[in-house]
Write a protein that binds this ligand. Structure first.
Ligand code: ME8
Length: 508
């Protein structure tokens, strides 16, 4: 079975921020989940390199656009590499093949009479790269998502795709496919967007205003509207239309933030209908990160979380863990370097790393560094094992992006149970008396074996740390087999690796 997961392609007018890191890491987590279930996977992420705001950023930096794009896209790629995002393809919309296919698609739509030319008068937000209606603006006449940027008044001759004729068909598609948008909260929002007739979608920009883009095949005075060009990346990444893209395309799942629901839930499906392509299988939407206290992150407030700084201070897995554990579906979620550090120390460090260290070092020093041979299991051993197995089983199923925080919490709860068990059983006391020494071996075995199962599950969330920890337990993981969580897979008598501190405590 195949699974094709995409992230938005990000504007390169600034450095990658925590939101960009989030969607790409979530996509990576989904891919690791699907791969563990035996799917053949493809993950794409990358950069949206055209449009007015990238062009303005290049001008401001005093660089030729091509050089600017090379530097900035390189920066995005390095951050995703740093975060262990295991993408199969890194998108650059300046890639010739992509540009050729965008132009080809436009020529086809034009020849079919679906693109018209007309005068446009109205407001434009460069932040969104979208036209706005007065009702979209706040009291200061600025776009809700970009309150720091003035909207521009435009009066231009442009090309448009008529999208209203497709609105009912799209509504019907949403009705017939309850899984098209997840979670359900966003289905409602999407339907609201489709309640009113849709205005024609402007698909061009005059070159005298914007030159960074794909030239229109039927009018060289224009480039393609950046969104029209960017959305098509999801197809060109598969070699569309030349290669055998359909087996992958039919499985596609687009991960997006809630800010781009309209472009992905309205414009993109309608573009696909006009191009006579099948609609995406699923749109998975997440909310936004805001600063601590619920404040919007901004340079002025000094509460912007820089992913590179987090990785330098706390490591990639601290960030991956925090994002996976704390994104809410019902509202925005708070993030700051202090919150990430706290979660790293108190959850990864105290609950997981310390237990591994204590149980591992105890086994190393008292039992020659080999996994102990357990005796008969007691009800408290079985109860713990059942709980750990249940938490692990969540990772052996095909999960949705919105399930991730709950699944991670279940694993952390299982770690709490493991810590309580270890403290209550107190193997350091049991070893002193020959009558209870066998019980000591059992407790150590159960603890390490349960930790192994927790770590095998955590490979989907914090892969580098989980693999390091599994090596300490002397186990190797075969990525070529389908993962099935099992108890008692740790071999008694097998040597442990060297037990190191997995998550060293980090104070400010
Ligand atoms: O919209 N919290 O690019 P973009 C969580 N180029 N995620 C966030 C976030 C936040 N505070 N801020 C941004 C574009 N994101 C277009 C996309 S796709 C064909 C073209 C994430 O650089 C989230 O995924 O503005 C959001 O949808 C995306 O970054 C927007 O990135």
């Amino acid at each position: 079975m195949k699974s094709y997961v995409t992230t938005p392609i990000y504007y390169v007018n600034g450095s990658p921020h925590i939101g960009h890191a989030h969607t790409s890491v979530m996509a990576d987590i989904l891919m690791r989940n699907r791969a563990a279930l035996g799917y053949d996977c493809k993950l794409t992420t990358g950069c949206d390199e055209h449009g007015q705001k990238n062009q303005e950023a290049a001008e401001k930096a005093g660089l030729e656009p091509a050089e600017y794009l090379r530097q900035r896209s390189g920066e995005f790629q390095r951050v995703f590499d740093m975060l262990d995002v295991n993408y199969d393809f890194f998108v650059h919309t300046s890639r010739p093949f992509h540009k050729e296919q965008v132009a080809r698609a436009e020529a086809k739509l034009y020849d079919a009479g679906l693109i018209i030319q007309k005068q446009y008068r109205g407001l434009y937000c460069t932040g969104c790269e979208q036209f706005k209606k007065p009702s979209d603006l706040n009291d200061e006449n600025r776009c809700q998502d970009h309150p720091n940027i003035d909207v521009e008044e435009l009066d231009e001759l442009n090309y448009f795709l008529r999208i209203e004729p497709y609105r009912q068909r799209l509504l019907q598609h949403i009705e017939d496919n309850p899984g098209f948008v997840k979670p359900a909260k966003y289905v409602k929002e999407l339907k609201q967007m489709l309640e009113e007739p849709l205005e024609d979608l402007c698909i061009s920009r005059p070159k005298r205003r914007v030159s960074l883009g794909v030239e229109l095949p039927f009018d060289t005075d224009y480039v393609t509207y950046v969104w029209f060009d960017a959305l098509i990346n999801y197809l060109t990444n598969l070699g569309w239309p030349e290669e055998d893209y359909q087996p992958w395309w039919s499985t596609v799942e687009h991960l997006i933030g809630k800010d781009i629901l309209k472009t992905h839930g309205v414009y993109w499906p309608i573009m696909l209908m006009a191009m006579e392509e099948t609609l995406p299988r699923q749109l998975s939407v997440h909310g936004h990160w805001v600063g601590a206290g619920g404040l919007k992150m901004s340079k002025t407030l000094g509460n912007v979380v820089d992913p590179v700084e987090v990785v330098d201070q706390l490591g990639a897995d601290a960030l991956r863990y925090y994002m996976a554990r704390n994104m809410r579906t019902d509202s925005d979620s708070q993030i700051s370097i202090d919150l990430i550090r706290q979660a790293y120390n108190s959850e990864l460090g105290n609950k997981l790393g310390n237990l591994l260290s204590r149980a591992g070092k105890f086994t190393s020093s008292k039992y020659d560094g080999c996994v102990t041979e357990p005796g008969a299991l007691q009800p408290e051993d079985e109860a713990l094992r059942a709980e750990v197995l249940a938490a692990a089983q969540g990772f052996a199923k095909h999960f949705e992006m919105s399930d991730i925080p709950t699944l991670v919490r279940q694993l952390v709860d299982a770690c709490d149970q493991l810590n309580e068990y270890f403290a209550a059983q107190a193997p350091w006391g049991l070893i002193k008396d020959p009558a209870t020494e066998e019980r000591c071996r059992t407790v150590l075995y159960v603890t390490l074996d349960c930790l192994r199962l927790v770590l095998e599950s955590f490979r989907q969330i914090i892969p580098t740390s989980a693999d390091r920890a599994l090596a300490m337990l002397g186990t190797e993981f075969d990525d070529n087999t389908v993962w099935a969580p099992q108890l008692s897979a740790l071999k008694a008598g097998a040597p442990l690796g060297e037990i190191e501190t997995l998550f060293p405590r980090i104070t400010e």
